[in-house]
Design a protein around this ligand. Structure first.
Ligand code: DQA
Length: 145
């Protein structure tokens, strides 16, 4: 049985491709999903790729991951910088977590420089666009091996 990894995406990431493309690129979230699925297949991982604009739904999925997944890759969008609830859910999961951001949050406004998610993350990949999801899967394959 391939190991299952949840790839979770937070608010406004459903708008990828049209949302501030100079920051986030022109790939849509569906393009990101296809690239992630292709890389996961090469690595022998199964992924469940999801997006929600709702903090509580993301928390429900992180709780679901406790029994259903071996690791979590998370781009929490703006909730990265605000959500103690998501941090608590990640810490409760006791799963390896890799935080991903398309943009380099450290080159942007100072309110993006702090991440609650990072407190629960094994590693953080930011600023490398869609490729960051592929790198996160490469790293996760080793973490769950
Ligand atoms: C983001 C960075 C966040 O600061 C922002 O709120 C997002 C996207 C990124 O992928 O670069 O929605 O997580």
């Amino acid at each position: 049985m391939p190991k299952q990894v949840f790839v979770l995406n937070g608010p406004n990431l459903n708008l990828l491709g049209t949302r501030e493309p100079e920051i986030y690129g022109r790939d849509t979230l569906d393009d990101v999903r296809k690239r992630a699925e292709a890389r996961a297949a090469q690595l022998g991982l199964a992924i469940s790729f999801r997006q929600s604009n709702h903090e509580g739904e993301l928390i429900d999925w992180i709780q679901e991951a406790r029994s259903e997944a071996s690791g979590i890759i998370l781009n929490a969008g703006a909730f990265t910088h605000t959500s103690v609830g998501i941090l608590d859910a990640l810490q409760a999961s006791q799963l390896p977590v890799i935080e991903v951001h398309l943009s380099n949050i450290f080159r942007r406004e100072s309110f993006r420089h702090h991440s609650y998610v990072s407190l629960a993350a094994k590693g953080v990949i930011c600023g490398l666009g869609v490729q960051g999801y592929e790198f996160a899967l490469d790293a996760m394959a080793k973490l769950v091996a």
